[in-house]
Design a protein around this ligand. Sequence first.
Ligand code: GRF
Length: 216
Amino acid sequence: MSDLLKLGVLISGNGSNLQSIIDHIEEGSLKAVIKIVISNNPDAFGITRAKKHGIQTAVLKNDDFKDKEDFDSALIKILKKNDVELVIMAGFMRILTPVFLKAFPQKIINIHPALLPSFPGLHGQKQALDYGVKFSGCTVHFVDAGMDTGPIIIQAVVPVLDNDTEDSLSERILKQEHIIYSRAIQLFSEGKLTVRGRRVLATTGSAQGDAFLINP
Ligand code: GRF
């Protein structure tokens, strides 16, 4: 148990990515342990999911803090107290301050529902649809000071179909999110990810096969 990578998962909403990480851990394909799930939204369904699996939770309400740094300091305190080694942003609707980035250098990852660097920020699926691209997907990346700009770990590609709505495209992308997020965490936990400038290299070469095209 003690040699498992200790995760802290940050959420704001539904928590389907959290659920997929829990499921991969429980079925044994992800060697990690979730030490705590933290939400800035008291009504996040992800909190219910975590509790159902006996995972410790905490809620930090945005309005209870005087500024962003104050919020982030409280977040750091909880994560450090739980010996968290990798911070997982899973639909966490806040921008982290430099205070937080400094506390977990290259130990924060995020998932974004588009093929970065295209369509960063909110509503990546709608942005892709509106732009008219024929392929979109999702990206797991290390978090840096920018908006969805950190080094890319894994991407998955899905087609955009003529009759797609924002919902149907989001659903197709989400299925891939649930595969690649746990895969990225597993590569990290095996110490296989090396960051060279903007590029993340998997030392075994095994991330190579992770850029894939999935049919709808
Ligand atoms: C996902 O689409 C993720 O890419 C984005 O926020 C959404 C979170 O969904 N960052 P869920 O809460 O994991 O279901």
